[in-house]
Design a binder for this molecule. Structure first.
Ligand SMILES: Nc1ncnc2c1ncn2[C@@H]1O[C@H](COP(=O)(O)OP(=O)(O)OP(=O)(O)O)[C@@H](O)[C@H]1O
Ligand SMILES: [Mg+2]
Length: 592
C-alpha cells in the first residue's frame, strides 16, 4: 500500500468520495468490461512477442532457423501488432469515452445540486470557487477515472504477467530484478504526498484568480470611475505570479517522480545485464532466454513507472472528488418539511410573532422580536438604511430559514408548509435588480416562460416601461447586454417590476424596486397599480415616504424592530421617526 502513498485515512476518504461516482460505474459496467477486455487483449498479445523473439534467437543460435520459419515469425508479429492496434482502439474508445460520460454526468449532478442550495450557501462559497470546482476538479476526476484506471489495470496486469514469465525463465534472477522496488515504493509515497499538498495550493490560487477577474469585470464601471485600472492590473499580475510560482512548485515535485522511477528501472536493467549475462555464460539459461528476459524487463519498466504516475493521478482525483462531494453533500438550510401541510388558499396573509433573525450566530440579529400582521391591501415599510426592511422581505419570500412558530401564513407555521408551494404564491422584486443577457420579452417572462406577448405587454404597461421598450431597436425582441448594461438604472428596475407583476400572484413584495426612478414616476406607478394591488397582499418598501403616502398602512422599522405603525396621517400626527423623516424629505423636495 505504501507503494502508492496511501494510508488508512486516505482510503476512508477515497472510499466515501468514490460513492459519488459508483452509480455511474455501475450503469456503464458492460462498456467498462468490454474496455478492460480489450486492454487485457493488448497486454496478452504484447506478452507473446518476447516468446517469439526467444524462439527466433534460439533457432538462430542452434542453426535450425530457415527462411520460411523467419518469415512465419515475422508474419506472426505483424498479425499480433494488428490485433494490438484493434484492441488499443477498443479500450481507448470505451474507457476514455466512459471517463467523458462520467465527467458530464458529474457536472450535471453538480449543477442540478447547486440550484437546490439557498442564499446562505452562496454567501459562503464565492462563484470563483465553484467555477474552479466545475473545471479543474472535474477534469482531475475524469483523468483519474479514464487514464488513471487504464494505467492502473495495465500496470497490475502487465507487472503480474511479466513477472510470471520472468520467473518462469529464472526465479532467482527475477527476485534480484525486483529488489530495487521497495525503494521506488518509498520515494513514490513521499512524492505523492507532496504533490497532493501542492496541488491543493494551486487550486486555491486559481480560484482566487478567477474570483478576482470576475469581480473586476462585473464592476468595470466602478473600476473606471475610480481609475483603478492600473491598480487592478497590478493586483491581477501579482495573483498570476503566485499562481505560476505555485504551479512551478507543483511541477518540481511532479517532475522528480518520473526520473526517479526511470532510474530505479535502469538499476534493474544493470542487474539483469550483469547477473543474467553470467547465468547465460554458465549455460543456466539460453541466449534466447536472456534476450526474452531483457524484453520482459523493458515491458516491466512502464508498469513500474505507471504506478508512480497512477498514484499521482489517483491522489489528485480523490482530492478533487472529495471537494465535489462536499458540494454535493451540502444541504440547503431551508428544507422542505418532512410531512408538509396542504397549502392553504391565501386570503388573510402573514403573521409574524416575536420573530428574531440574524444572518449568522456571530452577528447581531437583523430583526428583533418582530410582531406584525400583514393582510390584504398595501403595507408600506419604511425606515432608515440598515433597519431590516430587506431582511423582512427576504424572510417573507422564503429565502432564509426562520425559527419555528415565528412566521405564519394563513395561521399555519410557515415551516410546516411546502417551500415551493409558498414561493409560488409570492411575487418578489429584490432590491438589487437582476437582468439577464437575453431579449426584453424573455427577461419579463422569466417566471412564466409561456406568457403570451399580450400578457408581457400588459405587465410592461403596468410597470410604465412599454413606451420605452417600443422605442428600442427591435422592441420586445431587443437583446439587452450582460447585466442590462444597455439599460438605464430606472429601466432595469421597471423591467424587473414588469417581470414581478406578470406572475400575478396573491402576495406581492416590492423591495425598494423603484429607487432609481424619480419620485413623481414612482408615485404614479404605485398609484396606477392600486386597482391591481387592491385584491392582493402587498408589501412595498421605499425610502421615499411620498411614494407610499396612500398605502393602507405603514410600518416604520428601526434597528430591526417595528417602532411605529399606522396610516400616513396617523404617523404624521404621532410626531415620531416617520414625521421626522417626512419633514426632512419635504425640505429636500422643497429645495429641488
Ligand atoms: N447577507 C447578509 N449577511 C449579514 N448581514 C446582513 C446581510 N444582509 C443584511 N445584513 C445586515 O442586516 C441589517 C439589516 O439589513 P437590511 O438589508 O435588511 O436593511 P435595509 O433596511 O433593507 O437597508 P436599506 O434601506 O439600505 O436597503 C444590516 O445591519 C445589514 O448590515
Ligand atoms: Mg434594503
Amino acid at each position: 500500500m505504501a507503494a502508492i502513498g496511501i494510508n488508512r485515512e486516505t482510503i476512508r476518504k477515497a472510499w466515501s468520495a468514490v460513492g459519488v461516482v459508483r452509480p455511474v460505474f455501475r450503469q456503464h459496467r458492460w462498456r467498462l468490461l468490454a474496455g478492460f477486455l480489450a486492454l487485457a487483449g493488448v497486454n496478452s498479445l504484447q506478452l507473446i512477442i518476447p516468446r517469439i523473439i526467444r524462439q527466433t534467437v534460439d533457432n538462430l543460435q542452434q542453426g535450425i532457423a530457415t527462411q520460411a520459419g523467419l518469415l512465419h515469425f515475422a508474419l506472426l508479429v505483424l498479425l499480433i501488432s494488428l490485433g494490438i492496434g484493434v484492441c488499443r482502439f477498443g479500450w481507448r474508445y470505451l474507457i476514455l469515452g466512459f471517463s467523458r460520460i462520467l465527467e458530464v454526468d458529474l457536472r450535471n449532478a453538480l449543477f442540478a445540486h447547486l440550484l437546490t442550495l439557498d442564499r446562505p450557501y452562496f454567501q459562503k462559497k464565492p462563484p470563483g470557487e465553484l467555477m474552479a470546482l466545475a473545471s479543474n476538479d472535474l477534469s482531475a476526476v475524469q483523468m483519474a477515472c479514464g487514464m488513471g484506471l487504464i494505467a492502473f489495470s495495465d500496470a497490475l496486469f502487465m507487472s503480474m504477467a511479466t513477472l510470471g514469465f520472468m520467473a518462469y525463465i529464472h526465479p532467482g534472477l527475477t527476485l534480484l530484478t525486483v529488489l530495487p522496488m521497495p525503494l521506488l515504493a518509498g520515494l513514490t509515497s513521499y512524492l505523492s504526498a507532496r504533490i497532493h499538498h501542492r496541488f491543493k495550493k494551486v487550486q486555491e490560487q486559481f480560484s482566487r484568480l478567477t474570483e478576482f477577474s470576475r469581480d473586476t469585470l462585473s464592476s468595470i464601471r466602478l473600476v473606471k470611475v475610480y481609475t483603478q485600472e492600473q491598480d487592478r492590473t497590478e493586483r491581477f499580475n501579482t495573483l498570476g505570479q503566485s499562481y505560476v510560482r505555485d504551479n512551478l512548485r507543483l511541477a518540481l515535485v511532479q517532475g522528480t517522480l518520473f526520473p526517479v522511477s526511470g532510474m530505479v528501472a535502469n538499476v534493474s536493467m544493470l542487474l539483469v545485464l550483469y547477473f543474467g549475462g553470467r547465468l547465460t555464460i554458465r549455460g543456466a539459461i539460453t541466449i534466447g532466454d536472456f534476450a526474452a528476459f531483457i524484453s520482459y524487463l523493458f515491458m516491466l519498466t512502464w508498469p513500474i513507472m505507471a504506478l508512480g504516475w497512477v498514484a499521482n493521478l489517483f491522489q489528485l482525483g480523490v482530492t478533487s472528488l472529495h471537494r465535489i462531494k462536499t458540494v454535493l453533500d451540502a444541504a440547503p438550510k431551508l428544507i422542505e418539511p418532512a410531512a408538509p401541510l396542504p397549502l392553504p388558499a391565501v386570503s388573510q396573509g402573514f403573521a409574524l410573532r416575536h420573530l428574531t433573525f440574524g444572518y449568522a450566530p456571530s452577528l447581531p440579529p437583523a430583526l428583533k422580536d418582530l410582531s406584525l400582521t400583514i393582510g390584504p391591501g398595501v403595507l408600506g415599510v419604511v425606515g432608515r438604511t440598515g433597519s431590516g426592511k430587506s431582511t423582512l422581505c427576504q424572510l417573507l419570500a422564503r429565502l432564509y430559514p426562520v425559527p419555528e412558530a415565528s412566521l405564519f401564513l394563513e395561521e399555519q407555521d410557515i415551516n410546516r408548509l411546502p417551500l415551493a408551494g409558498v414561493r409560488s404564491q409570492i411575487a418578489y422584486l429584490p432590491q438589487e435588480v437582476l437582468v439577464f443577457s437575453d431579449t426584453v420579452a424573455a427577461n419579463i417572462a422569466m417566471g412564466k416562460p409561456d406568457a403570451s406577448p399580450a400578457e408581457i405587454e400588459t405587465a410592461a404597461r403596468a410597470a410604465a416601461i412599454h413606451g420605452e421598450i417600443l422605442a428600442m431597436p427591435q422592441g420586445y425582441q431587443t437583446r439587452i447586454g450582460e447585466k442590462g448594461a444597455t439599460l438605464s438604472g430606472g429601466q432595469r428596475q421597471r423591467l424587473a417590476l414588469a417581470r414581478t407583476l406578470l406572475l400575478n400572484r396573491p402576495i406581492l413584495i416590492l423591495d425598494d424596486g423603484l429607487s432609481a426612478v424619480d419620485t413623481q414616476t414612482e408615485h404614479a406607478i404605485i398609484a396606477n397599480l392600486r386597482p391591481y394591488l387592491a385584491q392582493k397582499i402587498c408589501i412595498i418598501v421605499s425610502h421615499r415616504l411620498q411614494a407610499l403616502a396612500d398605502a393602507d398602512r405603514l410600518v416604520v422599522l428601526a434597528e430591526g424592530r417595528v417602532v411605529e405603525d399606522g396610516t400616513h396621517v396617523e404617523l404624521l400626527a404621532n410626531g415620531g421617526l416617520y414625521a421626522t423623516i417626512h419633514a426632512h424629505q419635504g425640505m429636500q423636495e422643497g429645495c429641488q
